[in-house]
Design a protein around this ligand. Structure first.
Ligand code: BGC
Length: 874
């Protein structure tokens, strides 16, 4: 397939950059070249690469500890005691005797603690603490001759780690989270010091589950969740009310070196707080440092958290003695609080209360350096809004479209709009109610493990762009790169690498025929038991928003559209479709919507997916306050919104609420209900038009649409085809080479090896004069010994195959042909290029699926010219 190796490197690098060193006593880490290192425990044989559900990516391999240790041993960085792997394979429970055997041959041993995480179910309180087996192993280790234990935490959710202190032989603890396909190697990079750990925690680790402010209220009732802790989530709670309950604070992480901060201070310029500081590596080895900026707002009429993260930066790799000056900037108004009730100077407004705002730079939320104070002389509102969830229902005041019926002129295609030949409003106004509604429905899936298409109004030039999960890699039936889970990505605090990961996924998605990635996922880690915490970033909205924005920018830089999900307040998984999140407006604004707001404003994602849950009594997908009020009116979002899959909510309510696409494919009856509501006057035409506008506006950003832009084939019209070709589109990346044959004929295209390996197909739209059997022929030449062209109709049915079993070079051309049945009028024909052996991929053809991504393509070049179609007289 296409080259994934470079992306595997990004995955490994990001994983290592995210890992957080929690303990390192007696300098057990980094491992030294003479250290004899082994593993203990079956868990070490199968590391968990990532979470389940939409976060589960099919990849070529998952590096184990054995792989990682072997790599380092080969590089002379440690001595790998290989037989500890064999022992692990056959040992269920390690008694002191076995441990003593291991102790005799090792200096340091690695053990792991694992927990899974997946959508659709939350974790349990039992899983939060150590299991009986884990305790037994640690007790036996203490009783044995083993001396130095390195504990690897292979999970994303926070668990109880206070028990570790009872086992003094556990010298080092590394939070490796779910590190993706390169896990064994990335962990060993950190343990050996090839990468000096620089990740910092994005969640507070408290002593026990009961210490979390949400514990009592998490999942107490399948039908509702009261967010009674308000804005006091994570460190906002612990630092304000319960400092003593914290084992590892937010933002904490150790390094093999030490950093000193100096010359820290800030200036206010153009309503921004601009912090500068010098960071010097004062230790003995190179490393990177994450610097956080916090604000402590004055307690006024609105209660405030003791500290809030307002910005951050990460140094480059600093050599011992080296200094870097960092800048961190944020707007003054970012220090404001939301006043729902009007207890200060304004109701439903962001307010800066008078008093001293203390500004800090920090190594963690507990390790602060005071930069100075910012004084607000008089309480002031910085932005007036409307309470969207506590007051009367949202009423739309303005709509871009009217209910007028227009006379239909010549058909306008979406390409006419993109070419500037027609305007968008005329395009929309020509569509019937049925057509407008169909644009709001999920569309057929074009390949295995795809999730659904959208758009698909071909006669108006609207293609069927394809979606695929998910947040940590492109989830396909073919191998792609499995990146670290979202929590670990956030722990890197490294926006450059996050961008690189987005770009890598963008490339993979684009190359395997995807248009829209269903990620990043970015809900708040409200509670440590959240089933999808591994897919989400952090307990803090700023780091969630910035991380999501970096990923979206990366994805979209490669032409893949991103989807922020799940909008909003999806914080538990058990009964996720019926659970009503009851959240006060201030907590929504400051915590649960804040990250989305940052990502929307900084990265403009093409799509947003609403969540399954209800929010303050209404499903989010039908929530006009959320979708029309906040997203459109306040944030000026112009992309499209889609539902989560099979959410069971009425599409009529969703259209009224402002959700644009009902996902996935397969709910035509919902469309019929919308049509009925329109006919009965319950849904105005302008609403259907506006909805369709957002859909096509976003479709225009997709790969599928852009490929049509190449318009190569217009030139061929009437020239080499007996039947007029309306349009020919396709080819991954549309990297089509134009060339001329010696006899002067123009190539339709030339696929070289690299292009072929990306995606080898081409679409034709043909105008067929009468229904019947047609002979279709093409002139091709190829240096691949066995080439076939497979012809498909638009529903993915294979119509015929043309074979060419002779390899030549560009000098010799062959005519290949087959017969196919075509209907009268417009026919979409898809040509897929393949070669033998293909039998093992036959399953690709079950159902209406088209093999867009071909795992084993011909290794050589193919040229093709002159597609001909002629009617076969019967
Ligand atoms: C998940 C989404 C996912 C969708 C499509 C749903 O179950 O909640 O996050 O994108 O399925 O796979």
């Amino acid at each position: 397939m296409f080259d994934l190796k470079k992306n595997y490197e990004v995955s490994r690098k990001l994983a290592a950059q995210g890992m957080v060193l929690l303990e390192n006593n007696e300098h057990v880490l980094p491992i030294q070249s003479m250290d004899r290192v082994g593993i203990i425990g079956k868990e070490c044989l199968n590391l968990i690469k990532g979470g389940g559900g939409s976060g589960n990516v099919k990849c070529e391999y998952v590096k184990s500890f054995a792989d990682g240790l072997r790599e380092k041993a080969e590089e002379g960085k440690l001595i790998f005691v290989e037989n500890t792997i064999e022992i692990a394979e056959k040992t269920e429970a390690y008694d002191v005797c076995i441990l003593n055997q291991i102790a005799a041959t090792t200096d340091k041993v690695i053990i792991t603690m694992q927990r899974q995480g997946t959508e659709g179910e939350d974790r349990t309180v039992e899983e939060f603490g150590p299991t009986a087996q884990e305790v037994e192993l640690l007790q036996n280790i203490e009783a044995s001759d083993i001396k130095k234990v390195i504990l690897i935490l292979n999970f994303a959710n926070v668990v109880d780690l206070s028990f570790i202190k009872k086992y003094p032989k556990v010298k080092s603890v590394l939070f490796a989270s779910m590190p993706g396909m390169e896990c064994g190697s990335a962990i060993m990079d950190v343990l050996c010091g090839d990468v000096n750990p620089s990740g910092k925690l994005v969640d507070t680790i408290a002593y026990t589950y009961e210490d979390y402010p949400t514990a009592e209220w998490f999942n107490y009732n399948p039908r509702e969740t009261k967010y009674q802790e308000g804005i006091f989530v994570g460190y906002r709670y612990f630092e304000t009310f319960a400092k003593e309950k914290v084992l590892y604070p937010f933002g904490y992480g150790l390094s093999y070196t030490r950093f000193e901060y100096s010359n820290y201070g800030f200036v206010e310029e153009e309503d921004n707080i601009k912090i500068t500081l010098d960071v010097t590596n004062v230790g003995a080895c190179a490393g990177r440092e994450v610097v956080q900026a916090y604000c402590s707002a004055p307690q006024g009429k609105l209660p405030k958290p003791a500290l809030e993260l307002k910005g951050y930066a990460k140094t480059k790799e600093l050599n011992p003695g080296e200094t870097e000056t960092l800048n961190i900037q944020f707007a003054v108004k970012e220090m404001a609080s939301y006043d729902t009730e009007g207890v200060t100077v304004a109701k439903a407004a962001w307010v800066l209360e008078k008093g001293i705002y203390r500004i800090y730079v920090a190594k963690s939320v507990r390790h602060l350096y005071h930069c100075g104070d910012y004084e607000v002389a008089e309480t002031m509102a910085t932005e007036q809004t409307i309470n969207r969830f506590t007051e009367e229902k949202y009423i739309q005041k303005q709509c871009r479209f009217s209910d007028d019926i227009f006379e239909i002129g010549e058909k306008i295609s979406l390409y006419d709009v993109s070419d500037g030949k027609a305007d968008m409003d005329s395009f929309i106004n020509q569509l019937s109610a049925e057509e407008l509604i169909s644009l709001g429905l999920g569309q057929p899936i074009a390949f295995p493990m795809g999730t659904s298409g959208i758009g698909n109004l071909k006669k108006y030039g609207v293609p069927n762009p394809q979606t695929a999960d998910g947040p940590v890699g492109v989830r396909r039936s073919v191998n792609t790169t499995c990146f670290p889970c979202s929590t670990l990505i956030a722990c890197s605090w490294d926006q450059e690498l996050q961008f690189a990961m987005g770009a890598a996924m963008g490339y993979e998605g684009y190359s395997t025929g995807i248009d829209i990635l269903l990620g990043p996922a970015m809900n708040i880690h409200r509670d440590p038991l959240g089933g999808r915490n591994n897919e989400y970033f952090s307990e803090d909205p700023l780091i969630s928003g910035k991380t999501a924005a970096a990923l979206v920018k990366g994805l979209q830089s490669e032409g893949l559209c991103a989807t922020l999900k799940h909008f909003a307040a999806n914080n538990c998984e058990d009964s996720r479709n019926v659970n009503n999140s009851i959240v006060e407006e201030r907590a929504l604004r400051e915590i649960y919507l804040k990250g989305f707001e940052i990502a929307v404003k900084e990265s403009n994602p093409a799509y947003i997916m609403t969540s399954y849950n209800l929010l303050n009594g209404e499903h989010t997908s039908a929530n006009a306050g959320l979708l029309r009020g906040i997203l459109r009116d306040e944030w000026h979002y112009e992309g499209a919104t889609m539902t989560d899959w099979r959410n069971g909510v009425s599409m009529v309510d969703e259209v009224i609420g402002g959700n644009n696409i009902k996902m996935p494919f397969g709910y035509p009856d919902e469309g019929e209900k919308v049509l009925k509501a329109y006919q009965e006057g319950k849904i105005p035409l302008r609403m259907l038009r506006e909805n369709a506008f957002y859909v096509v506006n976003s479709v225009m950003k997709t790969r599928s649409f852009k490929q049509h832009d190449f318009g190569i084939i217009h030139k061929m019209e009437g020239e080499s085809l007996d039947i007029p070709v309306l349009k020919v589109n396709g080819l991954a990346s549309a990297r089509i080479t134009h060339a001329r044959r010696e006899d002067g004929a123009e190539y339709l295209f030339h696929l070289n090896r690299e292009q072929r390996n990306q995606r080898s197909f081409v679409y034709y739209v043909l105008d067929i004069p009468k229904e019947g059997e047609y002979r279709i022929s093409a002139e091709i030449c190829t240096n691949c010994p066995e080439t076939q062209i497979w012809f498909y109709d638009e529903d993915g049915n294979r119509l015929g195959t043309a074979y060419c079993s002779v390899a030549t070079d560009e000098s010799k051309w062959y005519t290949v042909e087959t017969k196919i049945n075509l209907k009268k009028g417009e026919n979409m024909l898809k040509l897929v290029f393949a070669n033998e052996p293909y039998k093992e991929y036959e399953y690709f053809f079950a159902g209406p699926e088209i093999p867009n991504a071909w795992p084993e393509l011909a290794k050589e070049d193919i040229w093709m010219a002159k597609l001909k179609l002629s009617y076969v007289n019967k």
